[in-house]
Structure formats: structure tokens, C-alpha cells
Design a protein around this ligand. Sequence first.
Ligand SMILES: [Cu+2]
Length: 250
Amino acid sequence: MLDWWLPENVSTYGQEIDWLFHLIYYITGVTFVLVFVTMLVFLVMYRDRPGRRARYTHGNTTLEIVWTVVPALILVILTILSVPAWSKIKRTMPETDFVVQVTAKQFNWQVTYPGPDGQFGTADDKTLLDEMHVPVNKVVRVILKSQDVIHSFFVPQFRMKQDAVPGREIRQWFEVVKPGRYEWPCAELCGFGHSGMRGWIYVHTPDEYGKWAAQNLTAEAAPAAAEPKPEGTKAETTKAEPTKEGKAKK
Ligand SMILES: [Cu+2]
């Protein structure tokens, strides 16, 4: 019923987020209606009328216990219901051979592929700015880092959101079921240029991805990294395709 409300879900675990989101929306929606209807009824019932005097009442203990315990129980139940989604998305790490490193900085996403040797931190690593290319129907593991402040990796259609925290390497994963181009904003107010910090994730069919990788990730593809980069230094970046829109608006 609320499906029009959210961006299209293209992730394998999106359903598990969405039903919780909808459940919480229904609960808060019903609460909202009940509170406002009661308030409006009381406004009319207890309005000022000639000859009527205000009366002091101390309250109703039973009622107060009920409206404290019921919301507390709802919150506990919501917590319990969200445990399976949390453990599936955040706690388990499906096996995959597709790993990319994302280093957030003010105000870009730096996406590093391990290159043909499959190792990070070697001469054939390729780093792109504000764009990531992945194949469809493939578990993608992201090693998320930050070079300066807290940023937040967010792709609404993937139902994935994770802070990037300086000093930490956070592993996340996603698997997309529909090829396309998805906006990738930073969801943490990370500084002056925060609103311009966004990239694009291109989800390709396996064939298309193979072609893209052959053109952009092979040793001869681009003069990206001529020598190994010591950890923490600013990576050289290559623009794989002209995607100007990724860098618009500062
Ligand atoms: Cu940011």
C-alpha cells in the first residue's frame, strides 16, 4: 500500500527493510490519527461555555500506566522483529570474490578496485572518483573507510546505509537484481560541500560489466597508479567514463 512512497527496491534484502519501514509507518500513522482525533474531540467537548467552571483533576494512574507500557512493548516488539534483518544485512557477510574499497573524503567517494592481481595496495589498483561499477546479481563487498570525518554511504534503491568512520574499516555488502544507474549520496552532514557529495553506482549486466572492466580495470587500461600507494596517501584517480552529472552542484 505504501510502495509508491519509497524508491524502487532493487536489492536482495530490500524487502526485509521495507516491511519494517511500513510496519513502523502504520503504527505511527494510527497513533497520529488517534491522538489528533482525541485532541479535536476534547477541544470541542471541553470548550469554554457560559456557566461552566474549570475542574481540577489529578489524572488517572491506570491510564498513565497503560500509555507507558503499551508504547514500551511496541518498541520491544519492533526491536525483536528487526533482529533477523539486522543480522542478515549487517552481521553476516556472504562469500564473494567481488570486493571494492570505498574511501570517503570531503567531498568525494573514492572507489578502489584491486586490479588484475586481486590485491589491494598494489601497483595495479584502480581508483575512480564518485562512480562505482558492479555486475548485477552479484554479491558486492564494500570495505568502507573515511579519510577525514564521518560520512554515510547511502543508496536508497539498495536499502543500504552505513556510516564511514575515520580509523575504521567497515565491511558491508549488497546484491542488486536490476541493472541501472543509481544515485549514491553522502547521508551524513560532513561539511561545507556535503550537498555536492554524491556519486553514481552503475549496475551492469555481466557482459557489459566484463567489457567495462576490460576497458578500465586491466593493467593497460589507464595510467592510474604507476607505483604502489602507501596506506593513507591520496590516491590518484581516473575518470572511467564521462559522468559529469556525478560532480554537479557544489
Ligand atoms: Cu560526506
